[in-house]
Design a binder for this molecule. Sequence first.
Ligand code: ATP
Length: 299
Amino acid sequence: MEKITQKAYAKINLGLDVLSRRPDGYHLVKMIMQTVDLYDLLTIEKTDEPGIQFKLLQDGQAVTTLVPEDDTNLVCKAARKLMEKTGRNLGVSFTLQKNIPVAAGMAGGSTDAAAALTGMNRLFALGLSDEELREIAVTIGADVPYCIMGGTALSEGIGEILTPLPSPPQVPLVIVKPDVSVSTKAVYENLHVESLQKHPDIDGMIEAIKKGDLTGMTDRMENVLETVTIALHPVIAKIKRLLEQQGAIKALMSGSGPTVFAVFEEEAKADAAAKVLETTGHRVIRTTFVNPKSKEEFK
Ligand code: ATP
């Protein structure tokens, strides 16, 4: 095997709470992570000469001007860390087809890094366990260990303590990405945890997911970062309202934003809402939840 192509899936947060801020500036979180059926494609090829080559493929809809095309790309960073850890000086060439909206709260960079780690492990038969890959992953970014795992999970600590959960009921989703970019760092810096009036009921959401109770889950969908990002970009609140007017059970900002996702009960309603949202000029994606490790799990 000389070449493989990996799907690097995007995530959304069904719930996002921030518990406290550590003295080192990191925030302790409690989030429900969920993979959605939207992915970048990372092709990994062996080369004769040692070293890392990287090429970015443009997608008409994804804003790729923000994605570094040099060795600061998280894919290259992941490759370097993997080589350091294994003490191997490998020759590798990456081609990344970017489809996931960038700086959008969908862990685009983190999932590409995760795909680089798992893909190189396979291609070069490095024999690292998932646990070992996750140890390298957390040194790249807090969301990278989750991206290796995928599916539905509770994420705690700074994002590195992961508990797998069963998949929630399968529902049609509409994702809307307004044309503004948000810096995750800036959003967290502007969050004042101590003055949060209300915290999401993440434990209740876990129970609802375990029971397959869709309304129990959607009733608890909240994201404490909305307060910060919506103040900066009121368009997010407008999109949420519009989606709910179009019949969404619930619409919520994902991660630090600005992407909004909406849960629908019926395919037809989701399709119709997606059409309406398209007329606003924002990028619209019709998708579903997915568990990359067991696609057949969803009916
Ligand atoms: P998160 O949800 O983890 O906060 P995000 O979706 O908000 O992530 P990303 O799309 O990961 O944000 O991009 C954040 C920044 O990371 C980009 O502005 C870009 O400079 C940098 N970056 C490095 N590598 C990549 C990559 N492969 N894809 C996207 N962005 C990358």
